[in-house]
Design a protein around this ligand. Structure first.
Ligand code: ZN
Length: 547
């Protein structure tokens, strides 16, 4: 028996109500603020989704994976979260791309939405509650524009409707821009604006473009108004969290905020959360230059939000050759990409490339190997272990193990990091420490050796695996066996186990038939491979000695 000296492990974070120690960095206030919901225990969360004019690329997955994890964590902490991700399915880019492909805008939107959804699924993003499409919310959008016109925050000009930024004294606060620095859309629409910073709420239709009837004639909505209208319909005038990439702070979120705040004379959102952008490591070399705002994730985003999207050098985009997301996922596995996106802080820049992905893969194998080890020891899959789905005290008074006391300390550390502005990067390092701790438990108690194995030690290891899975599930990891892993390392472990059971059966049959020549041949052959067999009353176990 190993370490039986530790006190019965417990942790003291039991809470009957949602945790209130969570702090979120708010782009609007530029500081971390305590998380307090508008309605007790309920969270409304909106993430700006894709404009579906082409296949998704890896950069489009950053926000969904991060906010999927935010929802998982808030749910774990006892909140009831409603998460909305919109689909922009009418836009200049869609119209042009559909023309180039020789299909209708609606056909293109349907195809590209399906592509987006399938990629989300591959990355384990399955927490979205509503995915409203702009074209299905036209009445709500037109109503919103009309309310702004009625209150003189917007004006009609030649069939277009523009938001008048001079009517909003708080305009520019989110992105830290002065009115002088604001530049609205140029082009021929500019001539119809009162001032250059004004932006379109409604655009009059050009010939042969998709259009909808409105009080201002046939046309279609501007991009920004879609989000204000759809978030209001589902989440209300003021909701808790609005997310998106840093490149959306200006003009998109500044404009959303102006529209909603002016329309309702109320704040639109309590917490504005912005994820860092992805950059191509191969194309840009090391992180540096103007867009490097990554050194200190606690203070960074304020400066970066002053940059217009096009200034963010090296940002992953279709024009920089990113693409083939489905093929990338097929090659790398969704779990590896998800892990890669979560192993750094969501506000930091993610460097994308073959090398960082390979590193993520190597890191994940640490966990897959531990799960394989567990299965050999306990005889059941680590994936079949039930674990806590809600934040509560973890009690296992029957387990007296120093290793598990340490795992429980690491669990506290993990949760404290998640409480601190969803620091998944820090939390991941605790998962590694837990895995190290459990491997040490296996070594020190000889758990791989069936002769030394005791029920108490197996139970301690099981408790550790249970905690590991509880915490990993918050990150959306290890929810099911990873496909590629089972084809490579994990899978070969399964094949090896199957072959070993077959060999053990052949040997047992030979012994029953008193064919000792065959049974000895099997045992000696295995010995030469470093594999030993131990016969016990529950059958024969095998073990491979480390070289
Ligand atoms: Zn939006």
């Amino acid at each position: 028996m190993a370490a039986a000296t530790a006190p019965a492990p417990t942790v003291s974070n039991e809470k009957s109500h949602p945790d209130t120690t969570i702090r979120i960095y708010n782009t609007l206030s530029k500081v971390k603020e305590p998380f307090e919901t508008i309605e007790p225990s309920k969270v409304g969360m909106y993430l700006c989704g894709p404009t579906v004019y082409a296949e998704a690329h890896i950069g489009h997955m950053v926000g969904p994976v991060i906010f999927d994890t935010v929802k998982r964590y808030l749910t774990y902490c006892g909140y009831e979260v409603t998460w909305v991700v919109n689909i922009t399915d009418v836009d200049d880019k869609l119209i042009n791309s559909a023309k180039a492909r020789g299909i209708s805008m609606f056909q293109l939107a349907t195809q590209m939405t399906a592509d987006y959804l399938s990629n989300l699924k591959s990355l384990g993003v399955d927490q979205i509650d509503h995915m409203p499409r702009a074209t299905e919310n036209m009445d709500e959008i037109i109503k919103f524009v009309q309310e702004l016109v009625d209150q003189s925050f917007a004006y009609v000009s030649g069939g277009d409707v523009f938001f008048d930024v001079t009517r909003d004294p708080q305009y520019g606060r989110l992105s830290n821009r002065s009115v002088d620095a604001q530049q609205g859309e140029g082009g021929e629409a500019a001539a119809r604006k009162r001032s250059s910073g004004d932006f379109a709420l409604w655009k009059s239709a050009k010939p042969n473009e998709p259009s909808w009837d409105s009080p201002w004639g046939k046309g279609r909505p501007g991009w920004h108004i879609e989000c204000s209208a759809m978030s209001r319909r589902i989440l209300g005038k003021t909701f808790d969290i609005h997310g998106g990439g840093l490149d959306l702070v200006f003009p998109h979120h500044e404009n959303e905020l102006a529209q909603s705040r002016c329309c309702h004379n109320a704040p639109m959102v309590k917490y504005w959360m912005h994820n860092g952008l992805m950059r191509a490591s191969a194309a840009t070399g090391k992180v540096g230059g103007k867009s490097d705002r990554n050194a200190d994730t606690t203070t960074t985003t304020a400066n970066a939000t002053t940059e217009p999207a096009d200034d963010v050098a090296g940002k992953i985009s279709r024009s920089k050759g990113a693409g083939g997301l489905a093929q990338l996922i097929e090659k790398q596995t969704g779990e590896r990409i998800r892990f890669f996106l979560l192993k750094s802080h969501y506000r930091s820049t993610t460097l994308f490339g073959d090398e960082p992905l390979a590193e993520a893969g190597t890191a994940l194998e640490t966990f897959y190997r531990l799960f394989d080890r567990y299965e050999r020891i306990a005889g059941v899959s680590a994936y079949s272990i039930e674990f806590n789905k809600r934040r509560s005290e973890f009690t296992a008074p029957e387990i007296k193990s120093d290793a598990i006391s340490e795992v429980l300390r690491l669990r506290e550390s993990f949760l404290a990091k998640m409480d601190d502005d969803f620091n998944t990067g820090g939390a991941v390092s605790d998962l590694f420490d837990i895995s190290r701790c459990l491997n040490r438990l296996i070594e020190s108690t000889g758990l791989e050796d069936s002769k030394k194995r005791t029920p108490d030690n197996v139970a301690a290891l099981t408790a550790g695996i249970k905690i590991l899975r509880e915490l990993a599930a918050i990150l959306g990891l290890f929810l099911k066996p990873c496909k590629q892993s089972s084809q490579s390392e994990g899978g070969s472990a399964e094949v090896v186990e199957g072959l070993m059971q077959l060999i053990i059966q052949i040997r047992a049959d030979a012994r029953t038939k008193k064919d000792f020549a065959t049974s000895d041949l099997v045992r000696n052959g295995l010995t030469s491979l470093g594999i030993t067999l131990q016969d016990g009353k529950d059958g024969t176990l095998w073990e491979q000695k480390k070289s």
